[in-house]
Structures are given as C-alpha cells and as structure tokens.
Write a protein that binds this ligand. Structure first.
Ligand SMILES: [Zn+2]
Length: 349
C-alpha cells in the first residue's frame, strides 16, 4: 500500500475515528462509567479521549509524512534512459545504481576564470563504486541544510551520470559567483573528477523540459525549469522543492542559490560531511594549486582518452595536452612560448 497517498491517509484517519467511537460506546454501554461513579467527570472523559484521538491522528499524519512515494525504480529507469549509450543502470531492493566514467558528452571547462589546474579524467564509477539512489525515499523530520553541510562529495547525480556537488565550495563560497564553473555548471575536483555544482539545465534540451535532470542522493528527483505536468514552476520551499499533486516531493534547478538542493528533504546517511553510500575517488596525480589569472578558453577531445585544454594568462595561450598512453597518463604542459614540460602518472582507473 502506498501510505503516501492522500486517499489512504483519509481512510486511515476515518478508521481510527470509527474504532474509537465504537470503543467508547462499548465502555459506556457496559455501565463501567456508572459503576465506577465517574459521572461527575463525564465531561473529562469526553475531553480526554478527544485529546487521545487528536494525538493518534497527528501520529498517523506524521507517519504518513515520513513515508514516501513507493519504489521509484520505473521512474528512475526512464529518467536515465536518454543516456543509456553512455551509462549503465541496475537495481536491487534498496538502490538504483548508475555506472559512468564521469565524462559528459558536452564540452567542459570553457568559461572557468578561477582554476585549480585540475582537468577532467575518466573515473571508475562502476561495480561497487557506482552511484546509488535510494529506491524508497523517506521524508525527513529534520531536513539538513546544504548551506553548512555536505561540503565533501556529491549531493545528487545528473541523469547523464555526472555527480552534482554542493553549490558552495569547500571554503563555503558560491562556486558559480567565484568564477570556478564552466558554461555547463561544472569543474574538476582534486581527483580530476568532473562534477556540476549547479543544476545542469542544459540537459533539459536532451531529456525534455518536464523530465528530471538529476536525482538527489536522498532519492527525490530534481526537475529543471518546468513542472512534471509541463506547467511553469510553482513556488519553491526552503529545500528548493515542493510536493506535486500526487504528494510526491521533488526539487527544481534554479538560476540562483541554492541552484539545486537547499535542504535534504529526504532521510540520508552520512559519514562525517559526506552523504553515503557514494563512490570513492582514486586520484591519478597529486592535486595542484590555483593558477592566478588563468582563463580557460577551449577544451578539445582529440581522440579516445586524449584531451587538450587551452587557457590564457594575460592573453597568452597555454595548453595542457593529456591522455591515456597504455596504463599511464601523459601530461604535456605547453606554455605560450611553446616550451613543453611532461609528467607521467600511472592510471588508477
Ligand atoms: Zn515542481
């Protein structure tokens, strides 16, 4: 039974009332009240049970509120279907799993004006290291804010298999306003892992405007600029979402903070500042420092696992040409005078 259904909610409350009236009637009929000489407190006896009933009904209400749409596996399968040539999905009783290599099919990096010199490298989000979305999301009594939590790891996964991190970077600054994001709302972490930090609204063009563009790690869908029924977005709550008319919760991507999830409306498990389960990252090379004045101007996929990133400093073009060569990643750092420096790292993925 879908306990989240409004009709069922009503049925449960009605059965509670009927049960209670019956019980009260039996007690009265049996003359228990009289024999106990409690006539004077008759009023109290009516009031007290009313209070008991009210508590019961609010308990039922809470119970309903903390339950969720039933298993969402069909909607999840449909949501990720547009990218089935790039990602693999599977499920068990508890989770829907998404396997991807962490590289989207759109261009990346261009537009970044605050760059930590990390570049997109394929990641091993497969097997036991796949992304996991709960199939039976449960509403939380205490939604946790993304303003001061979840600075580590992802909070959602886009339907193209790319993770979405907190819109605030690990210093608590808005990554978009800080110039850290590309034209698609993404950039790379210290493990050269590409991820979005705002809603990937570009995906709406591929999946359709009334379809989810991502799923939160609490199990609820994130839609873009349209409601599931095609109408324009209704007012959003503090979590950046709301219930649809079937009383199922969803979030929306927005162009201003919090961009994706304001507070986790669903129950989540955490390990420190990170939601679990989620994939572990295995860096291929040591992380680098911010490169002052760099503006990323181009990014090309040159071949299978071969890339070229172009950036300017004071208008001078520099390049990072890199790719997989056997089991090693070869990085050529080419400065504006044409001088090249090479680094080689063993691939972990
Ligand atoms: Zn909505």
């Amino acid at each position: 039974m879908n306990r989240y259904n409004a009709d069922n909610y009503l049925t449960e409350n009605v059965s509670f009332s009927v049960l209670f009236i019956l019980l009260f009637f039996i007690i009265f009929k049996l003359g228990i009240l009289k024999s106990l000489n409690l006539k004077r407190s008759f009023t109290g006896l009516v009031f007290a049970p009313s209070i008991v009933f009210l508590s019961c009904s609010s308990y039922v209400n809470t119970k309903n509120d903390s339950n969720s749409p039933k298993n969402t596996s069909d909607t999840l399968t449909a949501a990720f279907d547009s990218f089935k040539d790039r990602i693999k999905t599977r499920k068990d009783n508890d989770y829907f799993y998404i396997e991807s290599n962490g590289i989207p099919d759109h261009q990346m990096m261009v537009g970044i004006t605050s760059w930590q010199q990390q570049v997109p490298l394929p990641q091993n989000y497969s097997g036991t290291n796949a992304w996991s979305i709960p199939l039976n999301p449960v509403l939380s009594d205490n939604p946790v804010s993304t303003k001061d939590h979840f600075y580590r790891g992802a909070i959602a996964v886009a339907v193209n298999g790319i993770p979405i991190f907190n819109a605030l970077n690990n210093r608590g600054d808005d990554a978009l306003l800080a110039g850290e994001l590309d034209k698609w709302g993404g950039h790379c972490g210290k493990a050269d892992d590409y991820h979005y930090r705002i809603a990937p609204m570009n995906l709406e063009k591929i999946v359709g405007k009334n379809k989810p563009i991502a799923y939160s790690l609490d199990g609820f869908a994130i839609y873009g600029s349209t409601e599931p029924d095609g109408s324009s977005v209704k007012p959003l709550d503090e979590n950046n979402g709301h219930f649809n008319k079937n009383k199922i919760y969803h979030y929306h991507g927005t162009s201003t903070y919090p961009y994706t999830i304001g507070r986790m409306r669903g129950v989540i498990k955490t390990d420190g500042e990170q939601i679990i389960p989620q994939p572990r990252l295995t860096p291929t090379r040591p992380s680098l420092e911010p490169l002052r004045g760099a503006v990323i101007t181009d990014f090309k996929v040159k071949g299978e696992q071969s890339y070229s990133l172009e950036y300017t400093i004071d208008g001078n073009k520099n390049y990072v040409n890199y790719g997989l060569n056997g089991s090693e990643y070869k990085f050529d750092f080419v400065d504006y005078l044409g001088k090249s420096t090479t680094s080689i790292f063993k691939s972990n993925n």
